[in-house]
Write a protein of this length. Structure first.
Length: 511
C-alpha cells in the first residue's frame, strides 16, 4: 500500500505543473471548493508566475499519459471542472513522441515469445501513430497481408497504476469532506476511469471489443470494423486488418475523391445510435483521427480501446429522454429522471420539468445548424446542482461520445440537424422495444423463466428450513449487551463468556 506521504508528494509535484499553466486558478476561485483543497492549491502555486490564460490541456499533457486520459474524461464534465476548463481540455491530443523501434521490437518479441520473422515478413520501423498507451506500425504478414500492428509502450502499465493509485487516494480525501464534492462522487468517477484504462492496457480485450462491435454492426454495412488477426495478437500486441482510406479530418481529400460529406455525417450518426441505443455497446472514441472514409461513402473505425456499455433499462430511459427532448415532452423526460433515480425523490417533478423546458425550448427555436447536443448537455449539467443530481459514471462515456460524434458530423455537414437525423431511428426503436407486442413477449419470457426456477426455489427453501431432527428445540436465550472496550471488545466479550462458563461449571461440581 502506498504511503500517504507518497501520494501527497505526487499531488504537489503535479500541482506545481498545473500551477505553472494557471490550471489551479479555477479551483481557488470556486466557492464550492473545500478550504483544505484551496489551501493546497495556494501552496502548489507559491512562487509561480501565473499565465494570463489558464492552459489546462497543456498542463495535463506535461504531466503524462495518465493525466492526458483523465483530462479527456473530464472534458465531458463541465459540472465538475467548469465550462472554460472543459472547453480547453477538448484540445488534448493523445499523442506523444514515439518509442524507438528497437525497444518496440524487443517488446513484441517478448510478448509473442518467438522471433518476429515467424509472424511478419516486414514491419515499418517508422510508426504511423504514437499515443500515450501504444503506437502503431504498418507491417506485412508472412502470408502477404498488410496489417496494422499496435504495441503497448513498455512500462506504461506501471505508470498508469501509480497515477491511478494516487487519483483514488485523492478522490477519497476530497469526497470525505462532503458537500458539493460528495455529490459529484469523485471516487466513483476515478473507479470508472480505472476500468476504462484497464481495458486499454490489455490489447486482447481491445481485440475482443472490435470483434464484438463488428458482429453488432452487421445491420450497418456502411460502417466498417477491421478484422482481427488473432494469431498475431497478445496482451501487448494487437494485429488487425490495415485500413487504406482517407482520414475524416482531411475534408479536401474526401471531396477530391468524390465522397459526399452530408451522406457520411448521416452514416456516422446512425452508426452511433445503432451502437448506443440498439446494441448497448459503442465505440467511445469516435474522433476524426479514428475514422477513415472508404470507397462507396463507407466509414471505417479504428482504436477500440475505449468502449461503452449500457444495459437495456438505461437504453430505454435514454431513448425516451432523447425523444422527449426532440418532441418537447418535458414532463415525460422529468418523470424518467425520477424513475431512473437520477433526481432524488424529495424534489418536485413539475419543477424539474420546468427546468428542462428552460434547457430545451431555446434550442427548438434555433436555426438548424445551431441546434446542438453539446449545448443541451451543458444545459442539463447546469441544473444538476439545483436538483441534487449525483454524477452517473456509467453515462460519462455516452455523454463524451455524443458530443464527439456531433462535432465530427457538424464538421462534415455544417447544416446537419442532429435531432432530425436521430428522431426516426429513436422513434422506431422506442416503438419496437416499448410497443405492446414487445411488452407481451417480455412478460411471457419473464414468467416462463420464473416458472422454470420454481423447483430450485423449493429446494433452496427446504435446505434452509429442514425437517426437525432428534434434538429438542433450543430454549430462548436472553439478550446481553456486549461491552465494547476499545478496539478489542470482541476479545473482552469472549473472556467474559469464558469466565461465566468456568464459574458455572465450578458451582455444578461443588454443589
Amino acid at each position: 500500500m502506498t504511503a500517504p506521504a507518497v501520494h501527497l508528494w505526487r499531488l504537489m509535484k503535479w500541482g506545481r505543473t498545473l500551477a505553472r499553466h494557471g490550471a489551479l486558478s479555477g479551483i481557488e476561485r470556486d466557492p464550492n471548493t473545500p478550504p483544505a483543497v484551496r489551501r493546497l492549491a495556494r501552496i502548489a502555486r507559491f512562487g509561480v508566475r501565473l499565465p494570463a490564460t489558464p492552459g489546462y490541456a497543456d498542463a495535463l499533457q506535461a504531466i503524462g499519459p495518465a493525466a492526458i486520459k483523465l483530462g479527456q474524461t473530464l472534458a465531458t464534465r463541465p459540472d465538475i471542472v467548469g465550462d472554460a476548463a472543459a472547453k480547453d481540455l477538448q484540445r488534448l491530443q493523445d499523442a506523444l513522441p514515439p518509442v524507438s523501434f528497437d525497444v518496440i521490437s524487443a517488446a513484441m518479441t517478448a510478448s509473442f515469445a518467438r522471433p518476429l520473422s515467424d509472424l511478419f515478413a516486414s514491419i515499418d520501423p517508422v510508426p504511423v501513430g504514437a499515443a500515450s498507451i501504444a503506437q502503431v506500425h504498418r507491417g506485412v504478414t508472412t502470408d502477404g497481408r498488410t496489417v496494422a500492428i499496435k504495441v503497448l509502450r513498455p512500462g506504461v502499465e506501471e505508470e498508469f497504476n501509480r497515477a491511478i493509485d494516487t487519483y483514488q487516494w485523492a478522490a477519497a480525501q476530497v469526497e470525505s469532506m462532503g458537500g458539493e464534492f460528495a455529490r459529484l462522487q469523485p471516487r466513483l468517477v476515478i473507479e470508472t476511469f480505472k476500468r476504462w484504462t484497464a481495458r486499454e492496457l490489455d490489447l486482447r480485450r481491445e481485440a475482443a471489443s472490435a470483434s464484438e462491435l463488428a458482429e453488432a454492426m452487421t445491420a450497418e454495412p456502411d460502417f466498417v470494423v477491421p478484422a482481427i488477426d488473432w494469431q498475431r495478437t497478445t496482451g501487448g500486441v494487437l494485429t488487425l486488418e490495415w485500413i487504406d482510406g482517407i482520414k475524416m479530418s482531411d475534408r479536401q481529400a474526401m471531396l477530391a475523391a468524390g465522397h459526399d460529406p452530408a451522406r457520411l455525417a448521416h452514416i456516422l450518426v446512425h452508426a452511433f445510435l445503432r451502437q448506443a441505443i440498439a446494441e448497448g455497446f459503442f465505440h467511445a472514441d469516435l474522433h476524426q483521427g479514428n475514422l477513415f472514409v472508404l470507397p462507396g461513402n463507407r466509414i471505417a473505425a479504428i482504436d477500440f480501446g475505449i468502449m461503452g456499455r449500457i444495459d437495456r433499462r438505461a437504453r430505454v430511459w435514454l431513448a425516451e429522454i432523447l425523444y422527449g427532448l426532440i418532441t418537447g415532452n418535458y414532463r415525460r423526460v422529468a418523470e424518467i429522471h425520477f424513475e431512473a433515480g437520477y433526481v432524488p425523490p424529495h424534489h418536485d417533478v413539475a419543477e424539474f420539468a420546468t427546468a428542462l423546458r428552460a434547457v430545451g425550448e431555446p434550442m427548438r427555436g434555433m436555426s438548424v445548424k445551431d441546434m446542438s447536443v453539446g449545448n443541451m448537455l451543458d444545459g442539463l449539467f447546469n441544473i444538476t446542482r439545483d436538483f441534487d443530481m449525483k454524477t452517473q459514471p456509467h453515462l460519462l462515456l455516452l455523454q463524451k461520445t455524443m458530443v464527439m460524434v456531433e462535432g465530427v458530423a457538424t464538421a462534415l455537414d455544417p447544416d446537419i440537424n442532429m435531432w432530425e437525423t436521430a428522431a426516426p431511428f429513436v422513434r422506431e426503436w422506442i416503438r419496437t422495444e416499448l410497443g405492446p407486442e414487445t411488452f407481451v413477449a417480455d412478460r411471457l419470457t419473464a414468467d416462463l423463466k420464473t416458472l422454470a426456477r420454481l423447483p430450485q426455489l423449493i429446494r433452496n427453501i427446504e435446505r434452509h428450513f429442514p425437517d426437525p431432527g432428534g434434538a429438542p428445540p433450543a430454549p430462548p436465550l436472553k439478550e446481553i449487551e456486549v461491552v465494547r472496550i476499545g478496539g478489542g471488545w470482541r476479545y473482552a466479550a469472549v473472556a467474559l463468556l469464558a469466565s461465566g462458563i468456568t464459574v458455572t461449571a465450578t458451582w455444578m461440581v461443588l454443589g
